[in-house]
Ligand binder design. Structure first.
Ligand code: AVJ
Length: 326
């Protein structure tokens, strides 16, 4: 998992290079695709924060219910002996939910460092500012980048038992196969006794799920289309946003909730020196938000070699945080 970095290349150049490579590779595939991990530029961060407060988007409310009202239970499951440890959060974002946990932990006086990892440097600076204000006693060491690269960095900084938080159904952005290899790799990157807390969105009435991703005000649509704006700005492309339309699906059998952009006409888009042809009605596969059954979660745990520790659901039983141990 080591990344070879040319010492003469600036980090920003590197970002642009791999962003361009990924975008071109995705748009030359069939079906065309773009990775939702690139949604989170400054505007994307803001749009996702708007999504989290939409009445339709129940996920954040459910997990907040757990973190607000079952904090002591959570702490018992992640750190039963109340011993020093390090708390690493993958995809921390603004850490709205984990802040409840952090407050509680600071109050108990247990020794720990909080290491939030996120792909968005923008949201990490917002987070650091907020936590510095609300929890000045908290030891924090923020890491910007991809999950595994930064997880390794965090592991090299930490000499204590580790607890990994992976909340908000971020794991749903992987299909089942990817989630399996992710959890397996996560397990291999940790040591015996380390624990993970993973948030899964559960299967439920398919109308409820589809509504959460197909809001009437078009915020989710704007969230998807914003990636085209980002590609225009950062990679010098000329996507015409009026010629692409958001389309959302949910398959209650597989649990896959997927978003697409539909090309409204035959058109050519320039990206750097390349031209990409879109047929009329051709799709770009944008994002998967996988929903899980209890059985699928168990299967995932077994395949990735974790031991079951416990789980906590919200009061509606719509969302579950599971705790596993290496
Ligand atoms: C941040 C990946 C959990 O899939 O529910 C929200 C992102 N996409 N609305 C999700 C998202 C459209 C969200 N995650």
């Amino acid at each position: 998992m080591n990344l070879q970095v040319n010492p003469h290349t600036k980090v920003e150049d590197h970002h642009v290079d791999s962003f361009l490579t990924d975008v071109l590779k995705g748009l030359k595939s069939s079906p065309k695709r773009l990775s939702s991990k690139y949604f989170y530029d400054k505007t994307g961060d803001r749009l996702f924060q708007e999504i989290m407060v939409m009445p339709e988007y129940y996920l954040t409310k459910c997990e907040l219910d757990i973190f607000k009202n079952k904090t002591a239970d959570l702490i018992r499951l992640i750190n039963p002996e109340n011993e020093p440890f390090d708390l690493i959060e993958l995809g921390a974002g603004d850490a709205m939910k984990s802040t409840f946990l952090l407050k509680h932990l600071v109050e108990t006086g247990v020794q720990f460092t909080y290491m939030p990892i996120d792909i968005s440097g923008n949201i990490l600076s917002i987070l650091k500012e907020k936590l510095g204000r609300e929890l000045p006693a908290l030891e924090i060491s923020a890491l910007e980048g991809d999950y595994f690269q930064m997880l390794q960095k965090a592991a090299s900084l930490s000499h204590r038992r580790k607890v990994i938080l992976f909340l908000g159904s971020n794991i749903g952005n992987m299909n089942i196969e990817e989630a399996e290899s992710f959890c397996h790799a996560l397990n291999r990157n940790l040591s015996s006794g380390d624990r993970v807390l993973i948030g899964f969105d559960l299967k439920k009435n398919p109308h409820t799920i589809l509504n959460a991703y197909n809001d009437k005000n078009g915020i989710t649509a704007a969230f998807n289309l914003n990636l085209l704006t980002r590609i225009n700005r950062e990679l010098g492309a000329d996507f015409d946003l009026k010629q692409f339309q958001h389309y959302q699906t949910y398959d209650p059998v597989s649990g896959a909730c997927k978003s697409y952009l539909v090309s409204l006409k035959e058109q050519t888009v320039k990206i750097g020196n390349e031209s990409i042809l879109f047929e009329e009605s051709e799709l770009i596969d944008m994002e998967i938000s996988q929903k899980f059954s209890a059985e699928k979660i168990e299967e995932l745990r077994e395949k990735s070699d974790f031991k079951r520790v416990g789980e906590i659901k919200d009061s509606k039983n719509w969302f579950v945080d599971v705790i596993w141990q290496v």
